[in-house]
Design a protein around this ligand. Structure first.
Ligand code: NAP
Length: 503
C-alpha cells in the first residue's frame, strides 16, 4: 500500500453507500490512506449488509471463512470452515471497531438520489429523511443481492397466514407443528429448509428448477490452529492464499465444453440419481442443466431433508395462492399454515431504487435499461467520481467475492488518491474504454457455462449476463492493478471546461 496522504492535505468528501463487506473495506482503506473525510451511509439499523439482513435459521457462508474475510483484517479464531451468520456479522462489527469506523457511520441514512454537478464537481445527495449533502466522491457499495424478490403469484395477498422472505425472516413465527410451504430452493432455501423441516409438521417445497448440491465439509477450527494463526500471521496468510488458489483452479469448470466440468457433472448426476425413489423421482432430483450454469450449492443435510417422510417436493408449477393454500397447475391444492419465499433477489437491478443522475442529466437506470454495465464493474462513463463496488459483471461462480471487492476498493482508492495528489476535480472512464471492456466481457461470457441456456439470477430477463465476471480472478486482479490513464478522463480542480490530458 502507498504511504498515507500527509496530514492536513485537503481531501475530497467521500460518501459510501452501504455498510456490508464493500462499504466497510472502503472505509478501512480510506483511513489507512489518511483520508478521514468520508461517511458511510447505511439505510438499516446496523452494519453488515447481507449479513445483517439474512438471519434465517441455518444462514451461513459457503466460502471458507479464511478467504471470506478481509486480507488486511484476518481473524485467527474463526470457529469453523463455514461460519454461521452471527459470527460473520460479529466479525464485521469487530472490523468496524478495530479500524475506527464508528465515527464515520450514519445509520438509518438512506440515499434516495444523487445528482452530479459538473460546475461544482460534486454529487448532490438526497436522503429519505429529506436531508441533503454534497460529496465529491460517491462510492456505491450496495451489492447485488439486497432487494428481496417476491414473485407476482396470483392471489398471494389472500393467503392469510404468516408469509415472509428468507432475507426478512419472521423470528416471531414458530413453525413447530405447522404445514410450511417454501417457494424456491436456491442457496438460501437449502440452508433454512433443513432446520425448518425438523420442527414443522409438514414441509412442502415448490421447486421450479433443481440444483447440484455438493457435500459441505465444515470442520471446526482446532484450538491449535487458532493459536498457530494468531502467533504466525504469515501462516494464516498462506492458508488463505492456498484456498484462493484451489478455488481459482475451479474456474475451468465454468467454461463451455470443459471436460472436467462434464466429468464432474456426470459424477454428480450419478450420485444424486441414487437418491431417487417413488416420492422423489429422478426429474425432481437430477438437474438437466450444465454443472455451474447456476450456483453450485453445498450442504450435507439437503438430500437427507428431501428424503424425510414429512417433506414433499412439488415440481408442478404454482398456479395461484388462495386462503390457506397454494394451488398448482395440476389442480392440486396444498394446504399450508405458513409460506416462506426463498425466491432470491432483484439481482440485475444494480443500485435501484436510488436515482443517480450523471453529467448532462444522464439517468443511470435509463442508461442501464438493457442491462447494467460498467468499466471493470467499477466506473461508468458520464458519471464522474462514482465508484461501484460489487458492480456489474463482478460476481463469481468459483471464488470469493471478498477478493473482488478488495480489488475494486484498491482501484477506486488509487483514483481517489490521484484526485488529491494531482489536483484533479474529477475522474471518469471514457465511453470507448467502457464499451471496449464490456465487449470483451460479453465475448468471454458467450463461452461460459452461464450462457448455456439455464435460468439464473446472473442474467436479465432478456438473457444478458450482467452479474458475472467471465475470467479467473487473477485476470481481474491484473486488470484492476493499475488504472490505465488512456481509459480515463480527468478534470483539474479549477474547472475551466477544458479537459486535461490524462497522466
Ligand atoms: P436464488 O438462488 O436466486 O434462488 C431463488 C429460488 O427461487 C430459485 O429456486 C428460483 O427458481 C425460485 N423462484 C424465483 N421465482 C420463482 C417463481 N416465480 N416461482 C417459483 N420459484 C421461483 O436465491 P437465493 O437462494 O436467495 O440465493 C441467491 C444468492 O445469494 C446465491 O446464489 C448466493 O450467491 C447468495 N447466497 C449465498 C449464501 C452463502 O452461503 N454465502 C447463502 C444464501 C445465498 P428457478 O431457479 O427456477 O428460477
Amino acid at each position: 500500500m502507498a504511504p498515507p496522504i500527509e496530514a492536513g492535505t485537503p481531501t475530497p468528501r467521500v460518501a459510501i453507500i452501504g455498510s456490508g463487506y464493500g462499504g466497510i473495506a472502503m472505509g478501512c482503506r480510506l483511513r489507512q490512506a489518511g483520508i478521514e473525510t468520508f461517511t458511510i451511509h447505511e439505510k438499516g439499523e446496523g452494519i453488515g449488509g447481507t449479513w445483517r439482513d439474512n438471519t434465517y435459521p441455518g444462514a451461513a457462508c459457503d466460502v471458507p471463512s479464511a478467504l471470506y474475510s478481509l486480507s488486511f483484517a484476518p481473524k485467527p479464531d474463526w470457529s469453523r470452515t463455514f461460519p454461521a451468520q452471527p459470527e460473520i456479522l460479529g466479525y464485521l462489527e469487530g472490523v468496524v471497531d478495530e479500524f475506527g469506523l464508528r465515527p464515520h457511520l450514519r445509520l438509518r441514512s438512506e440515499l434516495t438520489d444523487a445528482e452530479w454537478d459538473d460546475a461544482e464537481s460534486c454529487w448532490h445527495l438526497g436522503f429519505a429523511d429529506g436531508r441533503r449533502e454534497d460529496a465529491e466522491v460517491l462510492v456505491a457499495a450496495t451489492g447485488q443481492l439486497y432487494r428481496p424478490h417476491i414473485p407476482a403469484i396470483a392471489g398471494l395477498e389472500t393467503f392469510g397466514g404468516p408469509m415472509f422472505h428468507s432475507a426478512r425472516w419472521d423470528h416471531d413465527h414458530d413453525p413447530t407443528g405447522e404445514r410450511v410451504g417454501v417457494i424456491g430452493i436456491g442457496a438460501s432455501a437449502i440452508q433454512f429448509v433443513p432446520p425448518v423441516a425438523q420442527r414443522a409438521y409438514r414441509t412442502t417445497l415448490f421447486q421450479r428448477t433443481t440444483n447440484y448440491v455438493a457435500p459441505k465439509r465444515d470442520p471446526e477450527r482446532s484450538d491449535a490452529a487458532k493459536v498457530a494463526f494468531a502467533l504466525l500471521p504469515e501462516l494464516q496468510r498462506l492458508y488463505r492464499w492456498s484456498i484462493w488458489l484451489r478455488f481459482e483452479a475451479r474456474w475451468v469448470v465454468f467454461r463451455q465444453g470443459s471436460r472436467l466440468g462434464r466429468l464432474l457433472q456426470r459424477a454428480f448426476q450419478r450420485e444424486i440419481a441414487k437418491l431417487a425413489s417413488d416420492d422423489l423421482p429422478l426429474e425432481a432430483l437430477v438437474p438437466d442443466h450444465p454443472l455451474g450454469c447456476r450456483r453450485i450449492l453445498i450442504s450435507s443435510d439437503w438430500y437427507p431433508t428431501l428424503a424425510r417422510p414429512d417433506v414433499e417436493v412439488v415440481t408442478a408449477a404454482i398456479d395461484h395462492v388462495e386462503p390457506g393454500a397454494v394451488v398448482t397447475v395440476d389442480g392440486r391444492r396444498h394446504p399450508l399454515d405458513a409460506l416462506v419465499f426463498g425466491t432470491g433477489f432483484e439481482s440485475t437491478g444494480f443500485l435501484a431504487p436510488i436515482r443517480i443522475v450523471g453529467r448532462d442529466g444522464a439517468d443511470l437506470h435509463e442508461r442501464w435499461a438493457d442491462g447494467a454495465e460498467a468499466h471493470l464493474g467499477i466506473a461508468v462513463a458520464g458519471f464522474p467520481n462514482l465508484f461501484v463496488l460489487y458492480g456489474p459483471n463482478t460476481n463469481l461462480g468459483h471464488n470469493s467475492i471478498v477478493f473482488m471487492l478488495e480489488r475494486q476498493v484498491a482501484y477506486s482508492l488509487t483514483l481517489i488518491r490521484r484526485l488529491v495528489e494531482r489536483g484533479e476535480a474529477s475522474v471518469e472512464v471514457r465511453p470507448d474504454a467502457q464499451a471496449r471492456s464490456n465487449r470483451r466481457i460479453q465475448a468471454a461470457l458467450a463461452g461460459s457455462v452461464w450462457a448455456e441456456g439455464c435460468r439464473s439470477w446472473y442474467k436479465t430477463a432478456s438473457g444478458k449476463i450482467t452479474n458475472n465476471w467471465p475470467g479467473p480472478t487473477v485476470q481481474y486482479w491484473w486488470r484492476t492493478l493499475v488504472p490505465r490513464a488512456s481509459d480515463l478522463r480527468v478534470r483539474p480542480v479549477v474547472h475551466s471546461g477544458a479537459e486535461r490530458p490524462p497522466g
